[in-house]
Design a protein around this ligand. Sequence first.
Ligand SMILES: [Zn+2]
Length: 173
Amino acid sequence: MTSHKPFLIKTITLAIAICCFKLTIAQSDKFRAIIVVEDSIIAHGSHVIFPLLKDTIKIGDNNIAIIDLSNPKNRLFYFTWTGWNSKIFRFDSDSASDEIRKVKVPDTSFYRQFQQKNICPVCLKSRFLIPIVYSFPTEKMFNKAKRNKLRLGGCIIYCYSAKFYCKKDNFEF
Ligand SMILES: [Zn+2]
């Protein structure tokens, strides 16, 4: 009878160890985030954009975006608020860490590397990119814009103004 005891203790110890391990790396198939601008949580008007689905959802009044990663087409997304974009999120699986992430907009440092490499951060290609030009447009610029060779960005340029436009993804960065 007593010979079963060590086995039982080992089994229980192993079960507890597995539970503890799972707790420390808690994973979820839901990605949860709040949007922040200069450390303030954005209350209204932020959206999540899914380029693969060409779909947009509004973030609800509780300010927490919940993205279901079990759908593979939901695994590429970014957040936007009044034209300012977060970084692009890209998941290979349905597993995200089980916490509420703070996502900042605009994320200019994320996009700088793509501007330098001339690569679209959504499709990761360069052949659909055209430059965005900021100045009072000349006739030549108008013609180029008509032929989709450049995009007119208006007369005012800010430090976070987009430099490129991807014609495939309809995305400025
Ligand atoms: Zn693109």
